[in-house]
Ligand binder design. Structure first.
Ligand code: URC
Length: 324
């Protein structure tokens, strides 16, 4: 069988910071989250760009650079277009840059862009009305960050978005009690004791896809799903659930995200278990314990939740209600 050759090239770690980007306002609020928008006084993004096209083949096979857009120029293109972007989201920016790039270089067939948020948090200052948020000073956050990606393919004179996803990377949550892990297979390989009350420390990457990719841009903020809202749903479901496992927890988080945002078609998860090892079990006059980092290796889960799951879940709820 003749294998189709794959070739592309691009640039990673294209950092671009924009001050006073159009604020994101008018998002639909949900019960789990106080999030109602982003000031975008500081908007930071780290972009990876990758382009492909049949006409680029001879740049690999013959050293012919006549149709090569230097990756240095790609960097400039992305950074300069952050200056002319009029929207307010990473998703919207990637759509804009991708289409403009394909318009500018008509021998390029497709472009993939991934944008990682460089997050900046607001901080408080003392003003005449007490503590208020500074609109000048922001804190570079080392916590979770949003991510978006888009792949655009030239289709005649038009452009087709063949892939779009949004997400939240590296959300790290600890729940100090109310988690168990029991009932798993016990055999000659089992050393893990059953635990009816463990401190559960999880790392989560959560991704989501829209039914209609246009909704991801934030142009209509009412149907935009922010990473902050997904973060708040995840922590709220974690708080409320007596977790029997990470598997069940991520399933329920996915269902809640889809319940809140019917404009999504799928929510997917990559989770890791970083539950602490205990060092001091009994502290006199305290319900606390001392823990340390777990020894490697770590466990992980992958799962995607779709609208089908929601239907099935509703049936379960209905059955429970009927049997009451
Ligand atoms: O939530 C968990 N799921 C597992 O599959 C698993 N396996 C394990 O050792 N600990 C855990 N925890």
């Amino acid at each position: 069988m003749k294998q189709k050759r794959v070739f592309s090239y691009g640039k990673g770690d294209v950092f671009a910071y924009r001050t006073f980007l159009t604020p994101l306002t008018g998002v639909r609020q949900i019960p789990e989250s106080a999030f109602c928008g982003r000031s975008n006084v500081v908007f930071g993004v780290n972009v990876k760009v990758e382009i492909a096209g049949n006409q680029l083949l001879t740049s690999f096979t013959e050293g012919d650079n006549s149709l090569v857009v230097a990756t240095d120029s790609m960097k400039n293109f992305i950074q300069r277009h952050l200056g002319s972007y009029e929207g307010s989201t990473i998703e919207g920016f990637l759509h804009y840059v991708g289409e403009e790039f394909l318009k500018k270089y008509d021998h390029i067939d497709s472009i993939k862009l991934i944008g990682d948020e460089v997050p900046f948090e607001s901080i408080n200052r003392v003003s005449s009305s007490g503590l208020t948020e500074s609109d000048l000073v922001f804190k570079n956050s080392r916590n979770e960050k949003a991510q978006a990606s888009v792949e655009i393919v030239r289709n005649g004179t038009d452009f087709e978005i063949v892939n779009q996803s949004s997400g939240l990377l590296d959300l790290q949550l600890i729940k100090v009690r109310g988690n168990s892990f029991v009932g798993f297979i016990r055999d000659e390989y089992t050393t893990l004791p059953e635990d009816s009350n463990r401190p559960l420390f999880i790392y989560l990457n959560i991704g989501w896809k829209y039914e209609n990719v246009e909704d991801s841009t934030g142009l209509d903020p009412v149907v935009y799903v922010s990473a902050e809202q997904v973060r708040d749903i995840a922590s709220s479901v974690f708080h409320d659930l007596e977790t029997p496992s990470i598997q069940y927890l991520i399933y329920l988080i996915g269902c809640r995200v889809l319940e809140r945002f019917p404009q999504l078609q799928e929510v997917n998860f990559q989770s890791q278990n970083h539950t602490w090892d205990s060092v001091v079990e009994d502290i006199p006059n305290s319900s606390g314990k001392v823990y340390t980092e777990p020894r490697p290796p770590f466990g992980f889960q992958r799962f995607s939740v779709t609208k089908e799951d929601l239907k099935n879940k509703q049936e379960v709820t209905t059955t429970n209600n009927l049997s009451k």
